[in-house]
Design a protein around this ligand. Structure first.
Ligand SMILES: Nc1ncnc2c1ncn2[C@@H]1O[C@H](COP(=O)(O)OP(=O)(O)O)[C@@H](O)[C@H]1O
Ligand SMILES: [Mg+2]
Length: 230
């Protein structure tokens, strides 16, 4: 079986004036194409740090990240930028939609960053909005949408460029239970439909249970299982 993403013995330390924090202390991780992984862990355990490294937003202090079997060298900034802009879609706890762009335009931003937007792109974006239950919200600004609706646009945006991998960092953190569950359903649906690898950091045990692999991050290491309840 091919491997989409692999991390070997990842270490990450943050150096401060007076101290060093060793956040990741030898993390091994692998994800096959189209697979889902859920990562749980207490606040401050390094989940975002790990996701940022896997997505090329940050480089590890030591260890290796391999994408499609190719080494993403820590000192090769250009390769990291290419991976994160072409290979990865991100969803964060906060939506980061552009406030002066409509929902439809926000979906087209990732496309526009790479090439001219065509009719097929518009169609794909409108299709996503419809799937998200937002067909009648295409021309709304983020400020005219509810929190759950904003986050649904952000989820669809992550898939627009047909990435190989979507990384979602506590995407339901700001939503109530009903909106969170709905967003979780939509995220899993898009993941299946688009055949995209998905790594999901979540506190929601029910959603974590739907992932094909579950990991728990603690003491700087990733272990199989969902933490206390595993
Ligand atoms: N840029 C940074 N500089 C210094 N410390 C950082 C930085 N980013 C994260 N940390 C520290 O690393 C630890 C893990 O943070 P984070 O990955 O955000 O955890 P989580 O997402 O699991 O809550 C925390 O102690 C945090 O303070
Ligand atoms: Mg975090």
């Amino acid at each position: 079986m091919s491997v989409l993403l692999e991390a070997r013995n990842l270490r990450k330390s943050f150096r401060r004036a007076e101290s060093t924090v060793d956040v990741l202390r030898g993390v091994d991780f692998r994800l096959e194409p189209g697979e889902t992984a859920a990562i749980t862990g207490s606040s401050g355990s390094g989940k975002s740090t790990l996701l940022n490294i896997l997505g090329g937003l940050d480089a590890p202090t030591a260890g290796e990240v391999l994408v499609d079997g190719r080494l993403l060298a820590s000192d090769d900034r250009a390769a990291r930028v290419k991976w994160r802009s072409e290979g990865v879609g991100f969803v964060f706890q906060f939506h980061f939609l552009l406030p002066d762009f409509t929902a439809l335009e926000n979906l087209l931003v990732p496309v526009r960053s790479r090439r001219d937007v065509g009719a097929a792109d518009r169609e794909r974006a409108l299709g996503f909005l419809e799937q998200m239950g937002l067909a009648d919200r295409a021309s709304h600004l983020p400020g005219e949408l509810s929190g759950g609706e904003q986050q649904r646009v952000a989820v669809a945006r992550a898939f627009m460029n047909r990435p190989a991998l979507v990384l979602a960092d506590e995407p339901f953190g700001n939503l109530d239970a009903a909106n969170g569950a709905r967003l979780g359903d939509l995220l899993m649906e898009l993941h299946r439909q688009e055949g995209v690898g998905l790594v999901l950091v979540t506190h929601d045990e029910r959603l974590a249970m739907r992932a094909s692999r579950r990991w728990h991050l603690s003491d700087g290491r990733l272990a199989p299982g969902g933490g206390e309840s595993a």
